[in-house]
Design a protein around this ligand. Structure first.
Ligand SMILES: *[C@@H]1O[C@H](CO)[C@@H](O)[C@H](O)[C@H]1NC(C)=O
Ligand SMILES: *[C@@H]1O[C@H](CO)[C@@H](O)[C@H](O)[C@H]1NC(C)=O
Ligand SMILES: *[C@@H]1O[C@H](CO)[C@@H](O)[C@H](O)[C@H]1NC(C)=O
Ligand SMILES: *[C@@H]1O[C@H](CO)[C@@H](O)[C@H](O)[C@H]1NC(C)=O
Ligand SMILES: *[C@@H]1O[C@H](CO)[C@@H](O)[C@H](O)[C@H]1NC(C)=O
Length: 157
């Protein structure tokens, strides 16, 4: 039902994560069961809301900026922050709220893949990482508003 209680009541397997994500997450991380997601697809913490997405490109690369809002749920803190960075950064870059990190990479033109990570701590010893990505169009008629589904959540205890 909730991330923490799911975490503590299930026995958790270590997974090799290298093939499933480009993000740098600790080797000791385990993938959280997606059970609560299927059990409650309306969980507001599992959809992030992007607005004012903008990409400005020059021959040297592109610069992105956007606002992103994540609603809190019982075991997930909410956030509302602004992200900016470039298409040439080779890793996630922190947003204004450093618990949120973002990266953009070109997909099939005119689309870009927007990847976002949310990391937070509970107590002294538990860290959580949630990831989501979305392919978005940067065609001139795009509204700059879209949602990103949270695709995976990892914990480190
Ligand atoms: C999120 O931040 C934006 C920009 O600062 C602000 O306009 C908006 O009202 C905030 N939304 C919520 C739900 O706090
Ligand atoms: C992001 O925004 C900050 C503050 O406006 C600015 O100092 C920084 O240079 C920007 N970074 C990029 C990569 O555009
Ligand atoms: C985005 O598009 C790329 C190919 O352009 C594809 O490999 C990737 O799986 C897509 N990601 C999502 C979240 O749809
Ligand atoms: C670009 O993204 C839009 C919106 O996500 C999608 O409808 C469209 O099929 C994508 N186009 C390509 C070429 O991937
Ligand atoms: C946006 O523009 C593209 C390219 O001109 C077009 O294919 C697409 O149908 C437009 N989408 C909307 C919602 O108007």
């Amino acid at each position: 039902m909730h991330l923490t209680s799911t975490l503590t009541t299930l026995s958790l397997a270590l997974l090799s994560l290298a093939s499933t994500t480009t993000a740098k997450i600790p080797q000791s991380a385990y993938r959280m069961p997606q059970r609560e997601r299927t059990a409650d697809p309306t969980n507001p913490a599992l959809t992030w809301h992007v607005s004012h997405f903008a990409l400005g490109c020059s021959p040297g690369g592109c610069v992105y900026s956007f606002n992103i809002l994540g609603h809190a749920s019982q075991n997930t803190p909410g956030f509302n922050t602004t992200c900016n960075g470039t298409s040439t950064q080779d890793d996630y870059a922190p947003c204004k709220d450093a618990g949120i990190l973002a990266q953009i990479e070109p997909a099939t033109y005119p689309n870009w893949t927007v990847s976002v990570e949310h990391q937070w701590r509970e107590g002294m010893f538990e860290e959580f990482y949630a990831f989501g990505e979305k392919n978005v169009s940067v065609a001139s008629n795009s509204t700059g508003t879209f949602t990103i589904p949270v695709g995976s959540v990892y914990g480190v205890a």
